[in-house]
Design a protein around this ligand. Structure first.
Ligand SMILES: NC(=O)c1ccc[n+]([C@@H]2O[C@H](COP(=O)([O-])OP(=O)(O)OC[C@H]3O[C@@H](n4cnc5c(N)ncnc54)[C@H](OP(=O)(O)O)[C@@H]3O)[C@@H](O)[C@H]2O)c1
Length: 276
């Protein structure tokens, strides 16, 4: 008997592909029954993944495919949600769980597009591409225990996934973990530039900065995520690290700048939500 599609991914861009890979790696597709990817203009990477795992990529869902869908994951750009969603809402069963990862698109807005049905709004981040993502999600009022467990299973395939019950939390989550990888990349970039200013060869400075950020990140993870303790461990009083910390932790330094940056990102997320 031919297996029927039960899970659809709409949008096979950076985030959509990261999620699809995680579902495949965790054997969720076999459990779900099938995955169908919808993208009118799939990238080479999307096509390769589909070919390797014998997954169909179609430009749009056909009525008979959508009628069987248990879950649909929306990973298109936020501005496309109304257009893409309205077309889908007409053909999806009212029981299909919609999981949106679109930044700033509120549950209220999703409800406006998709009507009354199980809805989940999630905020993943890019390390999902290597199974090390951090995702927080919130479920809409008509979303039962089964649908929330389904969302938890799909989202935790790419790393940690936690449910929260207050939607406004997602603005802070977006500012901390959604946008967070960019802050860490900037840290590596700035560290390399500073190394060059101290006389290092640029290629060596870049390698050192990247390995330092990656190695320190791994250490943090393996040692139970207690950054203040680890920082204290590597900072001897009166030593070289302490000299740097005096600058970074002083007035207007790193902690204060991070506070302002995260606040700015959270306000932007809230604005996008208000506009959506
Ligand atoms: N990237 C991140 O770090 C991140 C983090 C958290 C949340 N998100 C959210 O994830 C979503 C996707 O982001 P992304 O970075 O993956 O963007 P992206 O790389 O641009 O991916 C979106 C994909 O959707 C495709 N698409 C366009 N119209 C479509 C349609 N009608 N039906 C199906 N697919 C369609 C796009 O094709 P074309 O390129 O041909 O238009 C593209 O392949 C966004 O809503 C974003 O807010 C992203």
């Amino acid at each position: 008997m031919v297996r029927k599609p039960r899970l659809a991914l709409i949008g096979a861009g950076h985030m959509g592909l990261a999620l699809a890979k995680s579902w495949i790696q965790h054997g969720l597709i076999a459990k779900q029954g099938w995955l169908i990817i919808v993208d009118p203009n799939p990238s080479e990477a999307a096509q390769k993944l589909a070919d390797e795992h014998k997954i169909a990529i179609v430009p749009a869902l056909a009525d008979d495919q959508s009628a069987l869908l248990e879950t649909l994951v929306l990973a298109v750009k936020p501005k496309l949600i109304p257009e893409v969603g309205q077309a889908l809402a007409q053909i999806l069963p009212v029981t299909t769980l919609i999981i949106s990862v679109a930044a700033g698109i509120t549950l209220n807005r999703l409800g406006g597009v998709f009507g009354t049905r199980p809805l989940v709004r999630a905020m993943p981040n890019m390390p999902a591409a290597i199974g090390r993502g951090a995702t927080v999600f919130v479920a809409g009022p008509g979303t039962d225990e089964n649908a929330r467990a389904q969302a938890q299973a799909l989202l935790s395939a790419s790393g940690m996934a936690e449910e929260v019950h207050e939607e406004k939390t997602l603005d802070a989550v977006t500012a901390v973990s959604g946008s967070g990888p960019a802050y860490v990349f900037l840290l590596a970039e700035a560290l390399a530039v500073a190394g060059v200013a101290e006389g290092l060869d640029p290629a060596l400075a870049r390698r050192l900065a990247c390995e330092t950020v990656a190695g320190a990140g791994e250490l943090l993870r393996q040692r139970g995520c207690d950054p203040a303790v680890l920082r204290a461990e590597v900072t001897s009083p009166g030593g070289t690290t302490a000299a740097a910390m005096d600058v970074l932790m002083g007035s207007g330094g790193f902690a204060e700048m991070m506070r302002r940056a995260v606040n700015s990102a959270a306000r932007r997320s809230s604005q996008l939500g208000a506009q959506s």
